[in-house]
Design a protein around this ligand. Structure first.
Ligand SMILES: C[S@@+](CC[C@H](N)C(=O)[O-])C[C@H]1O[C@@H](n2cnc3c(N)ncnc32)[C@H](O)[C@@H]1O
Length: 249
């Protein structure tokens, strides 16, 4: 496992984590639920991705794990739609914000500070989840394939995995970094590193190696004139994937 920048004395050294990435989200965490903050794009895409997940793997009554849940935007949304949600992250401040927000909203989510690889080693969690989500997180870790493998261990046979990230090509450099961080100021400068973006073909390889079958690939686009996000065929920049774990594993 690549453990770049994984030093630190918080009990997570040696794990698949980049402490610089965790620090970026720790510093902004108190604004997570402000829809006009640095998290505005996540607020705006949340209904789109919730609908996408719920349509492909209906959420009511399902046992769901949200990996890299941050302040809990997606976790709470899925719980509001009737799922039993556990949210995990390695950031302390985002999890505190998520827990506090849950107390205020009354939406019940079980939050834990643990790496997905470590959760997958706990016998009471391995093979227990109907659905695992890992959105906007894989481009922030040193070894995304290891995260996908852990997700596979946590799902029931035939379970559904949803991932989202950013494609790696010249257009994504222009739109996701130059455009979003430097021109439109949608995200703080330095939010993303282009080399950590993941091509859909690379994601599909990670998934196949972990015994998933890719069920769908959908793009997410932003129109700076209308300021509207949409799902569609264009996967050049942001995209989501739905994969199903082999029913025999
Ligand atoms: C862009 S936020 C996405 C939050 C949430 N998934 C969403 O889409 O609303 C990225 C999150 O990934 C978390 N993260 C980064 N590396 C992680 C790791 N190795 N394990 C767990 N969480 C991680 C960060 O702390 C942060 O909360």
């Amino acid at each position: 496992m690549n453990t770049n920048n994984s030093g630190g004395n918080d009990g997570f050294s040696g794990q698949n984590v980049d402490q610089n990435e965790i620090a970026k989200f720790e510093a902004l965490a108190n604004r997570w639920w402000d829809p006009n903050s640095e998290f505005k794009p996540l607020h705006e895409i949340n209904p789109l991705r919730l609908n996408y997940i719920d349509e492909r793997a209906p959420l009511p009554g399902r046992k769901v794990l949200d990996v890299g849940c941050g302040g809990g935007l997606l976790s709470e949304g899925m719980a509001q739609r009737g799922a039993h949600v556990t949210g995990i992250d390695l950031g302390e401040a985002p999890l505190s914000v998520a827990k506090l927000h849950g107390l205020e909203s009354g939406v019940k989510v079980d939050y834990r500070r643990i790496a997905v690889e470590a959760l997958a080693e706990e016998p009471e969690h391995a093979g227990q989840y109907d659905v695992v989500t890992c959105l906007e997180m894989l481009e922030h870790v040193p070894n995304p394939a290891s995260i996908i493998q852990a997700c596979a261990k946590l799902l029931k046979p035939g379970g559904d995995l949803f991932v989202s990230t950013i494609n790696r090509n010249p257009k994504s450099f222009l739109f996701a970094i130059v455009g979003a961080e430097y021109v439109l100021n949608l995200l703080p400068k330095g939010t993303h590193e282009w080399r950590k973006f993941i091509r859909p073909s690379e994601m599909a390889d990670f998934l196949r190696h972990a015994h998933f079958e890719v069920a769908d690939l959908t793009g997410m686009t932003y129109n700076p004139l209308t300021k509207i996000y949409k799902l569609g065929r264009d996967v050049d920049v942001n995209y989501m994937m739905h994969a199903r774990l082999d029913g025999r594993s």
